[in-house]
Ligand binder design. Structure first.
Ligand code: ADP
Ligand code: MG
Length: 238
């Protein structure tokens, strides 16, 4: 049974713009679903509807005993703490989790995301890749059953992309269910179980990367011509 079932989901802004138009798909336990499409195709609006930040105009979103954690595209809009460890602990503190448990969980996600040596550092002094890993840690510490990442590679340099991609692949291997929104397919598609392409608020293609990626160019998503196969579509060394 699917972890998340979305049926005929629509969303219209108050100015009349339809950002999502009858979107239906499901998410299986443990899968990495890459969601792509050009700017304005509705990817961020979709994640915001799933997270409950936007109320859909129509359709349904059904979670099976599931919570979704959303990592925003802009790290600065998500970081609130005065230090890395304080920032990660913030969400748990709001839930009045016992201090000992907060310390343990915070340490555990700092270890997972290579942030231990930065524990006392002020978040705004972190590099782009470190900052992105901090926002992932801050969401992961809440133990969501689905991790949703909005453009996790945006504004990162080469090492930053590698740091973040490495962690995403590690989380998938640990069994996490991940929704990854990106228009940069060449960085990550090799690791995806399925690819969903969006165009003008609709699903233009959904399926195994090999199949679905055939519709990429038509949806305004570029696949570099020198990539011979889906397996090449990763920035990690193989
Ligand atoms: N607050 C808003 N009011 C009106 N239209 C919006 C608003 N936010 C986004 N949109 C429009 O909704 C569409 C989908 O946006 P978005 O989901 O952010 O696209 P992307 O796929 O780039 O993440 C775009 O055409 C965008 O202009
Ligand atoms: Mg977006």
């Amino acid at each position: 049974m699917a972890l998340l079932e979305v049926k005929d989901l629509s969303f219209r802004f108050s100015n009349g713009h339809t950002a999502l138009d009858s979107v239906s798909f499901s998410v299986e336990q443990g899968e990495l679903l890459v969601i792509s499409g050009k700017n304005g195709s509705g990817k961020t609006v979709l994640l915001r509807c799933l997270k409950g930040l936007y109320r859909p105009s129509g359709g349904s979103i059904n979670f099976r005993d599931t919570s979704i954690g959303l990592v925003f595209q802009d790290p600065d809009s998500q970081i609130v703490g005065q230090s890395v460890e304080r920032d990660i602990a913030f969400g748990l503190e709001n839930l009045s989790v016992p201090p000992k448990e907060i310390t343990e969980k915070t340490l555990s996600v700092m270890e997972a995301l290579n942030l231990v040596s930065h524990a006392k550092q002020r978040p705004r002094t972190l590099s782009g890749g470190e900052k992105r890993r901090l926002t992932i840690a801050g969401v992961l510490v809440m133990d969501p059953s689905i991790l949703a990442l909005d453009e996790p590679f945006a504004n990162l340099d080469y090492p930053g992309v590698l740091q973040v991609l490495e962690k995403i692949v590690m989380l998938k291997q640990e069994g996490h269910t991940i929704l990854l929104v990106t228009h940069e397919l060449d960085k990550v598609l090799a690791h995806a179980d399925r690819l969903m392409l969006m165009d003008s608020g609709k699903i233009a293609a959904l399926g195994p990367p090999q199949e679905a990626s055939k519709a990429a160019e038509a949806c305004g998503v570029r696949i570099p011509a020198d990539l011979m196969s889906i397996e090449d579509m990763t920035w990690l060394k193989r």
